[in-house]
Design a protein around this ligand. Structure first.
Ligand code: TYD
Length: 132
């Protein structure tokens, strides 16, 4: 599916503490080439503000909460993430912003590519022009 959507990941409930896991091409529709995380975000800050030409991502709030705001050139999507057993799949060519971080939130991001600055579109005008 090429629209952004929530994907539930397995949750093994256990009185000793819960466990979740993600398998590439099983729970998420791509091979994982890179993992990064965003943490220690000061109150009121936003991350993102760009699109990727090729990179697909899966974003999970491992701790705390934040909003993932996406735009596909036509409409906006907003996802509030606050549990570590689901995340949002972000297809390529989505304008994406992460905001409203709670204190001590931890955003885990699985990406389908290694880091390449040339994959970024950092101007919203340039992004919108690509849709004619
Ligand atoms: P950026 O993707 O712009 O951050 P965000 O979207 O979360 O606001 O990345 C910030 C800086 O970190 C930028 O200089 C590129 C660098 N960076 C890497 O070197 N490797 C990576 O995997 C990522 C995601 C960023």
């Amino acid at each position: 599916m090429n629209t952004p959507h929530i994907i539930n990941i397995p949750k093994i409930s256990d009185p000793r503490g819960n466990l979740s896991f993600i398998e590439e091409e099983n729970h998420i529709p791509f091979k994982i080439k890179r993992i990064y995380w965003i943490y220690d975000v000061p109150g009121g800050e936003k991350r993102g503000g760009h699109a990727f030409r090729e990179t697909e991502e899966f974003i999970v709030a491992l701790s705390g909460s934040f909003d993932v705001v996406l735009h596909d050139g036509r409409q906006e999507y907003r996802f509030h993430l606050n549990r570590s057993y689901y995340g949002v799949y972000v297809p390529k060519m989505m304008w994406r912003m992460l905001e409203n971080f709670s204190t001590n939130s931890l955003a885990l991001i699985l990406a389908s590519t290694v880091f390449k600055e040339s994959d970024y579109i950092r101007e919203f005008d340039e992004f919108m022009k690509l849709f004619g």
